[in-house]
Design a protein around this ligand. Sequence first.
Ligand code: DX5
Ligand code: ZN
Length: 229
Amino acid sequence: MRQPTVIAPSILSANFARLGDDVARVVSGGADWIHFDVMDNHYVPNLTFGPMVCEALRPFAGAAMMDVHLMVEPVDALVPSFAKAGAGLISFHPEASRHVDRTLALIREQGCQTGLVFNPATPLHWLDSVMDKLDLVMLMSVNPGFGGQTFIASTLPKLREARKRIDAYMRETGRAVRLEVDGGVKTDNIAAIAAAGADTFVAGSAIFGSPDWGSTIASLRAAAGLRPS
Ligand code: DX5
Ligand code: ZN
């Protein structure tokens, strides 16, 4: 029951001196979403950009959705700002919110889709009580904070487990939930990642570090395929 493949380039690996142009170019190269990594030097040991930059880039993204990945603590105060800045989906880490259910409700109230993000060592049991409030489950396949890290292999069995839970939920309710993977996704491992159940793929260094972003996106999409569930 995988959803159609989505490729979400992470602009963490774009050129920060010309972000608007890079967003427009990667969208014309076939990006479905723009993955926007927000880091606060508190929840993660790095610092990137906030809602003002998201708002400035939104017009350059055209039809591509802004997929805002919050690696910040606390979470709630930034949710309305990112909703106003044009986020389509806002995801956050459960460890960073005192009240996960409240944060999910807030994201929906603000008119955005919701995502819950699992670090490599975060157990999936957080899903037990909130699946009905989620539009997307995201598994980190690196520790959050930096682009260009190596894919952690234990993410594959974890993806299979998440896929099972999502499929059971979708069978029961008929409502679609996406399964996104973030970190170390490349043209040579995306087929195995898709086979483990992911349908939504973040790729930063693989796309922005390649000479032809459009052909890399096409290769990623072709290798991910769309297998029947
Ligand atoms: C890491 C970020 C990722 C990262 C992906 O904290 O959430 O989105 O930038 O970059 P690559 O594809 O280079 O691992
Ligand atoms: Zn990310």
